[in-house]
Write a new protein. Structure first.
Length: 107
């Protein structure tokens, strides 16, 4: 029985060390992100863009869906099938375009 106890204690101490370093790593990563967003001009600009986009997310998504519906209708009329990857790239392009236009209009 005595030989079994030290193995359990070693296993528990290894788990504690692993969770410590995992938590420490996440803490450093989180602190780095916060310092970037709040400590640099470029980070504050990026954070402001994210906030502006998220404030108008519902309107932006409605515009994206409306434009995507038009694109889908046009492609059905032309009997063209747009692959999923192309649809995704179209949606991402719309998101970028709309987010840039909302940022420019508010500046």
């Amino acid at each position: 029985m005595k030989s079994f106890l030290p193995k359990i204690m070693i296993k528990q101490s290894n788990e504690k060390a692993q969770t410590f370093w995992l938590g420490f790593s996440f803490g450093i990563a989180g602190a780095s992100v916060i310092i970037y967003f709040l400590g640099t001009k470029k980070g504050r600009k990026s954070l402001q863009d994210i906030i502006n986009f998220s404030e108008h997310l519902e309107d932006n998504l409605k515009k994206i869906i409306k434009n995507q519906d038009k694109t889908t209708l046009n492609s059905k009329k032309d009997n063209k099938i747009i692959p999923s990857i192309e649809k995704i790239s179209l949606i991402l392009g719309e998101i970028k375009r709309i987010s840039n236009s909302t940022v420019l209009h508010q500046s």
